[in-house]
Ligand binder design. Structure first.
Ligand code: SF4
Ligand code: SF4
Ligand code: SF4
Length: 324
């Protein structure tokens, strides 16, 4: 077999195995039985950033100071010391809140705690783990080898690597439930939801938050509604507000297999910087392709075949020389 035929045959086999893997991809995972989450309602957010400060306080993170003169935390994006940030969409004269044209709107960025997390799937040493009961994705710095593969597996660009740490360390929101903090395990809510004055960041079970989001979708714009604050189950903390015109879309109900942190808004999500994702969990596809390649031994066969061909090519001359 010449080199061209060899490459054609081996790549063809690998492609066939990969196609079989896609066709046989496992179904999306179901949310964890007692999945804990948050609902971010962009129309309630006033951009006060109390949640950003609370997140840093609770997690013991230093402020981000940009420029010499600033006296306050001015985090613009997720960073090793910033697990939660509020970003702003603007258009035209920016006069109307939650208007796509000539308006502005706020968006929260933090870990979405995916139902089928890419970061967990690609981590070679299980430094990132999804809790089977709460669905919270936590990180173990002692297990991490600093390879940063998790950063490529996250569609939301969440994991942040601390390049100043000589041992390397990853940072992201762990829903305030990492070892040593464990607010959720101790019956508390997340720091950001507790601090949010308007209920824009709401804490609770994924199921209850999904029901709450669907309830809001069904309300008529202009109707007055009692918006809960803090914990969605706490009947003592509500405030009245006229209902805006919501988009009929709960981000995270289905995106890439769903997330435990969900968002609702009056502005299209692409304008708020969310990535274009289908309903299929890409992890289910990539894991199935990987497993198929190995179960059909296609990938090892390609590697072994390539090595054999190289050795043969490099030793053919030796054999001829020996016979003379
Ligand atoms: S948002 Fe990114 S870091 Fe968070 S669980 Fe999903 S894949 Fe992992
Ligand atoms: S859940 Fe905790 S760590 Fe995550 S964004 Fe909120 S305060 Fe920060
Ligand atoms: S605390 Fe609430 S209202 Fe303030 S920026 Fe955060 S999510 Fe928005």
């Amino acid at each position: 077999m010449n080199r061209r035929d060899f490459l054609k045959t081996s790549l063809g086999s690998a492609a066939m195995a990969a196609t079989a893997g896609v066709a046989e991809a496992r179904p999306n995972l179901e949310p964890a039985p007692q999945a804990i989450g948050m609902l971010f309602d962009s129309t309630l957010c006033v951009g006060c950033k109390a949640c950003v400060t609370a997140c840093k306080t609770v997690n013991g993170n230093k402020p981000t100071i940009v420029g010499e003169d600033l006296q306050w935390d001015s985090a613009r994006d997720l960073a090793p010391e910033t697990f939660n940030v509020i970003k702003v969409y603007t258009d035209g004269n920016q006069l109307t809140k939650d208007s796509e044209v000539d308006g502005f709107a706020f968006e929260k960025r933090s870990c979405m705690h995916c139902v089928d997390p890419g970061c967990v799937s690609v981590c070679p040493v299980t430094a990132l783990v999804k809790d089977p009961v709460t669905g919270i994705v936590t990180y173990d710095v002692d297990a991490c080898i600093g390879c940063r593969t998790c950063m490529t597996g996250c569609p939301y660009n969440v994991p942040q690597f601390d390049y100043d740490n000589p041992f390397g360390a990853l940072h992201k929101c762990e829903m305030c439930n990492q070892k040593g903090l464990e607010r959720i395990n101790n019956g508390m809510m997340t720091g950001c939801a507790e601090a949010c004055p308007t209920g824009a960041t709401l804490f609770g079970s994924r199921e209850a938050l999904l029901d709450e989001a669907k309830k809001r979708m069904a309300l008529k714009p202009g109707e007055v509604y009692n918006y809960p604050r803090g914990d969605v189950r706490d009947p003592s903390s509500y405030h009245e507000k006229a209902v805006p015109e919501y988009r009929q879309h709960i981000w995270g109900e289905k995106e890439a297999g769903g997330t435990n942190v969900m968002h609702i808004s009056s502005i299209p999500f692409d304008k708020l910087g969310m990535p274009p994702l289908g309903e299929r969990s890409f992890v289910s596809i990539s894991e199935s392709v990987q497993h198929t390649l190995y179960s059909y031994m296609a990938l090892p066969a390609v590697v072994l075949g390539g090595l054999t061909w190289l050795v043969k090519r490099n030793t053919d001359g030796d054999d001829e020389g020996g016979e003379q």
